[in-house]
Design a binder for this molecule. Structure first.
Ligand SMILES: NC(=O)C1=CN([C@@H]2O[C@H](COP(=O)(O)OP(=O)(O)OC[C@H]3O[C@@H](n4cnc5c(N)ncnc54)[C@H](OP(=O)(O)O)[C@@H]3O)[C@@H](O)[C@H]2O)C=CC1
Ligand SMILES: O=C([O-])CC(=O)C(=O)O
Length: 441
């Protein structure tokens, strides 16, 4: 990559054309794509005036550089509001079409890890330009600006647009991925029914907004807890988006389960495959050691201590979130972000032959006899086209079925509790006593 020397005035953040160079393209077309960065909507008192000079014979200066005209609340800021028309007629063939990724709770801890992974190209690939659409609230609007500033300062070549906002109808416009992370944490003394209601309202509104504004085939990953029921609420409020496109994140649970099995078996964790988490992202979730494999063998053939599998292993995975909170003083953020990346990649990269991954998906004609019309974590496989199919070749025993029944009952109770948010009557909460998030202990 050519190195350009930059000199800038104080009021402008300089854009480095060298950041856009493509290793495979000729020097004449290196910077020849139209490139727009926008960062909305905080009003600024002054317009950025651009005064950057690029001194390198290897690097072309942009053919035109314009600051976006301020327009009310969508006035832009910093490097993301510049428009570069880099010899548009020579548009390079190497870049894929820009994709729009909306993230809620964007100023929260999980997002603080996730956004930088997405912007770096680690998630969607090194030739996939991305636009980040960050949803916050009045609480977080300053913090969101801070996030965007850090994104600016990271000089990610693939990050073409960053916009921030507090209205989901605006932020979700044309989103092809919606990563719904923001949710109120359960505070001391708060009933789970209250949490379901407060967060359910957030996800009902966001479902409506996705329905109205997002790309019709948007893929939605719900992270904010209680994520299964939030995903159900979101889906029910977005009737124009295929129900199959909604996921509740249980990939972190899958990763935790793989780690514990690897530890017990004394193998590296890439040797653990076919790991299903069944049910709810809660302490009733079922990490399935009956179908999982270690070095291609059934787990029970490798780990002979079946009592450990049924008791210690299962409980350790179910309560890993809480154990982590006790150490950290806050819930897992970095590993959650990693698991969101894994969840996305599982949908855009074909699943390795014979393997599968877990995701909380809508039970609409499932082959396992699980109650219909809930969001339940199940084993999935993808061709890498963003879609998935359920895995049929799984076996059940009494232990597994009994555990699945328990987590199913919990999800059915959560569903009754939020009937007012799914358009199915009046909510009635009869949640099982021990219903807890992984982080609650
Ligand atoms: N499924 C999974 O595997 C996991 C899920 N989680 C869940 O992910 C969610 C986000 O976690 P994390 O990023 O660590 O949390 P943070 O507390 O760091 O951020 C959460 C964000 O949620 C937003 N929010 C929305 N509504 C409210 C509200 N009423 N009160 C307070 N904040 C609100 C806030 O953003 P703003 O003000 O901008 O709206 C806040 O920035 C939580 O629900 C957590 O339980 C966590 C780990 C694993
Ligand atoms: O309970 C929480 O907020 C944290 C959580 O989901 C987890 O760590 O799995």
């Amino acid at each position: 990559m050519a190195v350009a020397e930059l000199s800038c005035t104080e009021t402008a953040t300089c854009f480095r054309p060298s950041q856009l160079s493509l290793s495979s393209s000729s020097s004449s077309s290196r910077f020849s794509h139209h490139f727009r960065r926008s960062f909305r909507p905080l009003p600024r008192t002054r317009n950025p005036t651009i005064s950057c000079s690029v001194t390198s014979d290897k690097v072309q200066t942009p053919t035109s550089v314009q600051a976006e005209t301020p327009k009310g609340k969508t006035e832009c800021y910093g490097v993301f509001c510049l428009t570069y028309d880099l010899k548009a007629e020579e548009e390079t063939k190497s870049w894929k079409k820009l994709i729009n990724i909306a993230v809620s709770g964007a100023a929260g801890m999980i997002s603080n890890h996730l956004l930088f992974k997405i912007a770096s190209g680690e998630v969607f690939g090194p030739d996939q330009p991305v636009a980040l659409k960050l949803l916050g609230s009045e609480r977080s609007v300053q913090a969101l600006e801070g996030v965007a500033m850090e994104l600016e300062d990271s000089l990610f070549p693939l990050l073409r647009e960053v916009s921030i906002g507090t209205n989901p109808y605006d932020v979700f416009q044309d989103a092809e991925w919606a990563l719904l992370i923001g949710a109120k944490p359960r505070g001391p003394g708060m009933e789970r029914a209250d949490l379901l209601d407060i967060n359910g309202q957030i996800f009902a509104e966001q479902g409506k907004a996705l329905n109205a504004s997002a790309s019709p085939n948007v893929k939605v990953i719900v992270v904010g807890n209680p994520c299964n029921t939030n995903a159900l609420i979101c889906m029910k409020n977005a009737p124009n988006i295929p129900a199959k496109n909604f996921h509740a994140l249980t990939r972190l649970d899958e990763n935790r389960a793989k780690c514990q099995l690897a530890l017990k078996a004394g193998v590296f964790y890439d040797q653990v495959s076919n790991m299903t988490i069944w049910g709810n992202h809660s302490t009733t979730q079922v990490p399935d050691f009956l179908n999982a494999r270690i070095k291609g063998l059934p787990v029970k053939e490798v780990i002979k201590d079946h009592k450990w599998l049924e008791e210690e292993f299962t409980e350790k995975v179910q309560k890993r979130g809480g154990a982590l909170i006790q150490k950290w003083g806050r819930s897992s953020a970095a590993s959650t972000a990693v698991s969101i990346v894994d969840a996305i990649k599982s949908l855009i990269i074909p699943t390795p032959e014979g393997d599968w991954f877990s995701s909380g998906v809508y039970t609409n004609g499932n082959p396992y006899g699980i109650a219909e019309d809930i969001v339940f974590s199940m084993p999935c496989r993808s061709k890498g086209d963003g879609d998935y199919e359920l895995v049929k070749e799984v076996i059940f025993d009494d232990y597994l079925l009994k555990r699945i029944k328990k987590t199913e009952a919990e999800l059915l109770a959560e569903k009754r509790c939020v009937a007012h948010l799914t358009g199915e009557g009046i909510g009635f909460c009869d949640l099982p006593e021990d219903t807890m998030l992984p982080g609650e202990m």
